[in-house]
Design a protein around this ligand. Structure first.
Ligand code: ZN
Length: 148
């Protein structure tokens, strides 16, 4: 049985994943590490498009990787972002990154009320939320608790 990772270790994996970011437009390199209930970690980075609108976030890359591997139960996700070049558009080194609205919606649909670990751009654990705190009264097609 694999040892459950600490929040710090999960953030470290998100930081590592951010190194693969494809972010020529924003220079904002984001990484995510999504933990499945069985302990498997799926990582993702942001992938930008020249069209801008087709850009996909690190959280959704990690989520779609996991879902496509058949994973359906999740516990936590860590999110880290770092702006290279220091234009300062995404705040200071102590800023905590949370997922965007689109990611919150998709994660709630497919992961339920997981823990979201927002890292500082210095790579430390910044804040831990429940996903329903970040997306209260969410739009869902059915009640995820009762299956109705
Ligand atoms: Zn997002």
């Amino acid at each position: 049985m694999t040892q459950r990772k600490t929040n710090e270790e999960l953030v470290a994996l998100a930081v590592e994943a951010s190194r693969n970011a494809v972010a020529p437009h924003s220079n904002f390199h984001v990484g995510a590490a999504l933990e499945a209930a069985n302990g498997t970690i799926y990582t993702g980075c942001n992938v930008e498009s020249d069209s801008y609108g087709l850009t996909i976030c690190a959280e959704r890359v990690a989520l779609t990787k996991a879902l496509s591997e058949g994973e359906r139960k999740f516990t936590r996700i860590a999110v880290f972002g770092e702006e290279l070049g220091g234009a300062g558009r995404f705040g200071s080194a102590s800023n905590v990154l949370g997922p965007c609205g689109a990611c919150r919606q998709l994660m709630l649909e497919h992961c339920g009320d997981i823990e979201v670990i927002g890292a500082t751009s210095g790579g430390e654990v910044g804040q831990v939320w429940q996903l329903t705190e970040l997306l209260p009264d969410a739009f869902l097609s059915r009640n995820r608790e009762t299956g109705e």
